[in-house]
Design a protein around this ligand. Structure first.
Ligand code: SF4
Length: 203
């Protein structure tokens, strides 16, 4: 584990979050499968979680799982998002994490941020160490100029950053960063575990 990651984990714990570290995504997946057990689980949009393959593993194992990225044929996307609000556990990625233990996430719709705030017994936030920045300002710059353009390009969403690779602080109806959740300390809504992985995952 590098020094920056050590500092970040210490800060997260000081902020009353639980924090665990794994060198590889495979180890993190095993940890999550064990932690979740037979509980129901829902997912917020996350390239990191998709890469880890935890959704498929839970589904194959027979857990009740909801992810609007993988709707059953004919299923209503909004209904899946509503179901996802009431599962035992909620899993999401992280857009930005600072060395002082602040967790930052942005959302276009709001379902992912809602899932992080209330309605579940436990929240797992999973991220590669590439999501760590020195401070809040640097994290926001990274989110808007790396994460957002890569996501709009991945999804083919026509925003200025999709074309320019840079945030133009747009007023586009397609904007994907309409709401920002800054978790400074463990809040009363859901006990949270940050699962950090010593790999570059997601954007
Ligand atoms: S404000 Fe617009 S241009 Fe900037 S990151 Fe968000 S969607 Fe992209």
């Amino acid at each position: 584990m590098n020094e920056q990651t050590k500092r970040t984990i210490e800060s997260l714990k000081n902020n009353r979050f639980d924090a665990v570290y794994f060198e590889t995504a495979a180890e993190a997946k095993e940890y999550l499968l064990k932690e979740i057990g037979d509980q129901s689980a829902a997912f917020g949009g996350s390239v990191t979680l998709d890469k880890i393959g935890i959704y498929d593993a839970l589904k194959e194992r027979g857990n009740e799982v909801y992810w609007h990225w993988y709707p059953e044929e004919g299923a209503d996307r909004k209904k899946i998002m509503m179901k996802a609000m009431t599962t035992d556990v909620y899993l999401s990625g992280i857009n930005g994490l600072t060395e002082d233990g602040t967790i930052i996430n942005i959302d276009g719709t709001g379902n992912r941020l809602s899932g992080m705030l209330f309605g579940h017994d436990h929240l797992y936030l999973v991220a590669g160490i590439n999501k760590i920045s020195r401070n809040f300002q640097e994290s926001m710059i990274r989110i808007k100029n790396v994460a957002c353009p890569k996501n709009t390009q991945r999804l083919g969403i026509p925003t200025p950053c999709e074309k320019t690779d840079k945030c133009m602080n747009c007023n586009s109806p397609n904007r994907i960063c309409n709401a920002t959740l800054i978790m400074e300390k463990q809040h009363g809504g859901i006990p949270t575990t940050v699962v950090l992985i010593g790999e570059n995952l997601g954007f």
